[in-house]
Design a protein. Structure first.
Length: 349
């Protein structure tokens, strides 16, 4: 051995004692916290006005005014009544009844008494933690249904022969805009009463500013002015890529208040047919953009989100979290969507 160097192989180290083996004697350095990075935002569920539903079939009425005339026909369509002329009568337009089914969604929690009694890292009570976690998960599932659900009735109740029945489903907003034979607007609403659907291209194309500005006047023709555009990350980047010069009065790009330089992160789009807040929404399809006036779309609640502790069937605590609600579309024409956009930013794909 070299002078001055001792033999240290007999020193008891943390390697010898260990923390994870069967004979481990050192305590784990386990942080007393739990991190969840999953997204939790729910713009529809949080932002749309809430009204009361009184039945599993929620209905409302839609009416429209008679035409004032075609501007391209000019004087030909101007109404005039001769003096001393007898009154003539015509049948007014008949009000239409729209509907949606209430949609039940549920999450459950079942935690053993032992797990609630042990010293858990990051939580004081496993049951309470799981209850809060399921509430967040339920809110996300409701948000997804408000957008994507397709109308479906329930034909039987409960479990029949061991096979669970298929539950009622509401018509989500994306399907409410489609004149689908299986939906609630097929062969019922006129084209002026339906939502506006604009194709970005055939079969697919990039979302250009021209396409966006062609979509908004089509909604305006029906009496609607969009206040919000909901889009996913690809469509948001396409909107932020709009390069129209502000001097053309077609659109106004965001300006930095201090430098007065145009920036690319467009959160508000101002054009000839109103101003829209551009909202980044995770649940929107990659190829679509939803435009709408939220004043005409509401959430009708039959049973609010409620957590109920269930009867014990053993040494565990059980709970059920459930809600029953639906989407109310007072005027489908106040929403629209741009479809068949590319699913890759910057190119057609």
């Amino acid at each position: 051995k070299m002078a001055g160097i001792s033999d240290n192989h007999q020193i008891l180290s943390s390697w010898d004692v260990g923390t994870r083996s069967a004979t481990a004697g050192n305590r784990e350095d386990l942080l007393d916290a739990i991190t969840i990075v999953s997204p939790t935002e729910t713009p529809f569920l949080s932002g749309l006005a809430k009204v009361a539903a009184k039945a599993t079939i929620h209905e409302w009425l839609l009416d429209s005014l008679a035409s004032f005339g075609n501007p391209d026909n000019g004087n030909t369509d101007v109404q005039s009544v001769p003096e001393s002329y007898d009154a003539e009568f015509s049948t007014p337009t008949v009000r239409k009844r729209l509907l949606n089914y209430t949609h039940i969604q549920r999450k459950t929690v079942d935690v053993s008494d032992t797990q609630r009694a042990v010293n858990s890292a990051g939580v004081a009570d496993e049951y309470v933690y799981q209850l809060r976690k399921r509430l967040i998960e339920l809110a996300r599932e409701i948000e997804f249904a408000l957008i994507h659900s397709q109308l479906q009735n329930q034909t039987v109740v409960g479990n029949v022969g061991g096979t669970p029945a298929t539950g009622r489903k509401m018509e989500g907003i994306l399907n409410y805009l489609e004149p689908d034979p299986a939906g609630v607007t097929a062969n019922y609403l006129t084209s002026d009463e339906e939502g506006t659907i604009t194709e970005a291209g055939s079969p697919i194309a990039r979302l250009t500013e021209t396409v966006y500005n062609d979509h908004l006047p089509a909604m305006w023709d029906k009496g609607a002015i969009a206040k919000t555009a909901y889009c996913n990350r690809v469509r948001k980047r396409e909107v932020s890529g709009c390069t129209t010069n502000a001097t053309t009065s077609v659109a106004q790009r965001n300006l930095d208040a201090t430098t007065q330089k145009a920036v690319t992160n467009i959160d508000v789009y101002q054009g000839d047919f109103g101003t829209q807040a551009i909202v980044l929404h995770r649940y929107m399809p990659t190829r679509q953009v939803l435009t709408m006036d939220e004043d005409y779309w509401k959430i009708a609640v039959l049973r609010p989100i409620l957590a109920v502790e269930l009867a014990r069937a053993g040494n565990s605590t059980r709970a059920m979290i459930e809600s029953e609600l639906t989407l109310e579309a007072l005027a489908p024409a106040t929403a629209g969507k741009i479809v068949w956009g590319s699913n890759v930013y910057g190119r057609v794909a």
